[in-house]
Design a protein around this ligand. Sequence first.
Ligand SMILES: O=P(O)(O)O[C@H]1O[C@H](CO)[C@@H](O)[C@H]1O
Ligand SMILES: O=c1cc[nH]c(=O)[nH]1
Length: 295
Amino acid sequence: MSGRHIEPSELIITERGTIYHIDIAPEHLAPTVITVGSPDRVKEVSKYFDKIEHRAQHREFITHTGYVANRRISVISTGIGVGNIDIVLNEIDALMNIDLATRTINEHKTSLSIIRLGTCGTLQADVPVDSMIVSTYAMGLDNLMLFYDMEVNAAQQELLAAFAQHIATTGKNIHPYICEGAAELRSHFTDGYVHGITVTCPGFYGPQGRTLRLQPAFPHILDALASFGHKGHRVANFEMETSAIYGMGALLGHKCLSISTAVANRATKTFSADTDRAVDNMIRQSLQVIADNDL
Ligand SMILES: O=P(O)(O)O[C@H]1O[C@H](CO)[C@@H](O)[C@H]1O
Ligand SMILES: O=c1cc[nH]c(=O)[nH]1
């Protein structure tokens, strides 16, 4: 595969040597990448950097690259949804592992640490709003990973089979895919963090069981998901990007972890009184763990 020439319609490089959507060049990307959904959150992360050496913005993709102590870190906003994750993961991987001049894949691959700092809704009454949730597995209700050649390992197959059995009792069919975060990264985020399965949805309203004017096809989706558990892992939360980050990251050889602040609790029907403060708490604590452990 390494010698294959990737055509200009497939890998799009600007005249300034930057990649099409995220508009940065290879030298602007650090080996540790924090992704956030909201573009406004990028500066909330980089304000804790000791130094910022590069800033870029194109569409919803804002990048700041700098240092926390000696650790070089990029923070990039992905916007909402797995479609944007397809763009950001492919483009940051290309910057690291494709020679943009020759348009060929590098012989030697670089593995990135990719850590999402997002927001989510929790499904469990005993996980209060403002909690920080680490995604052990991601259960994808989206269809992005159907477009990549992905093998399912034995543990994932077992989890999927247990879920199929569980969901059959509700009389509805859901066929998710399952991807796992990097256990090596996960092991550092323990004190103050709740661990659980994250359900990644292709929408914020209907797919997450919210009813405004449209009637849901699956009215009991919250209970059906919240009551699923397997080998000590239970469903903790809903959000909209983690399945794609875990799925693509694993295929590309990167270490990925998703951490989210619960802004909503769907079981107790509550919403955070101060989301900015809660998200800031996650950012500060997680940057400290990244810097202390050189992740
Ligand atoms: O706050 P972010 O990181 O965007 O994450 C969550 O918030 C958005 C929905 O409000 C979705 O992107 C969801 O995953
Ligand atoms: O309930 C929520 C809150 C944040 N993000 C989501 O996707 N869902």
